[in-house]
Design a protein around this ligand. Sequence first.
Ligand code: 5RP
Length: 233
Amino acid sequence: MNSSAPASNFTQDDLKARVGLAALDYVGEGQIIGVGTGSTVNKFIDALGTVKDRIRGAVSSSVASTERLLALGIPVFDCNEVDELFVYVDGADEIDCRGCMIKGGGAALTREKIVAAQSRQFVCIVDATKQVRTLGAFPLPVEVIPMAVGRVVRQFARLGGTARVRQANGTPLITDNGQFIVDVTGLKITDPFDFETEVNQWPGVITVGVFARQRANVCLMGTPAGVETLRYD
Ligand code: 5RP
């Protein structure tokens, strides 16, 4: 498929498939690839399956992505078995004009930030609905140690936000790391760098879903006109 061909009348799912395929351009021969989590990344994993004999394998950011990679016969390495990765490919819930993102809609934000930090280049794959002027309309995911949830909720209230523990089947969702997620609405994150630094040092916060220090270097954005490449550095 030619990822630069016009794509009007394409569904959101088609756009995700197109950016997933376009991300193969950043995959080098013999490399271990950092792989994110989510429905867009699933398209990338499917595309990666078609070149699996040309890569060494992947480092994965979630149990779900690991299972999908293994099902396609792609070897999965532990973070600690490898040094720096050339590239990390992941989706986002929001991305601004500097490549700063909100992530964690799939509850995998902590492992995503770890693999992103280990990678030279972050290639973000999204459809155009994820592009925003200011981060914060999407409920901000924060992974929190359960005993700290009450205080973290009160701290967000002081910033004007409303934080709620994410539920799954009527009980708190438990992350791959055995922790809770709070989703925070009502925030306008005008300085993602300061915000990330501030919230990350609240006791009990494991990771805030603002990715400013681990922002994207490149974004492959699926638009009705085709895949647009945005570079931020
Ligand atoms: C998971 C994430 C995802 O990248 C983000 O939620 C986007 O997912 P999707 O591609 O399904 O829209 O951060 O924790």
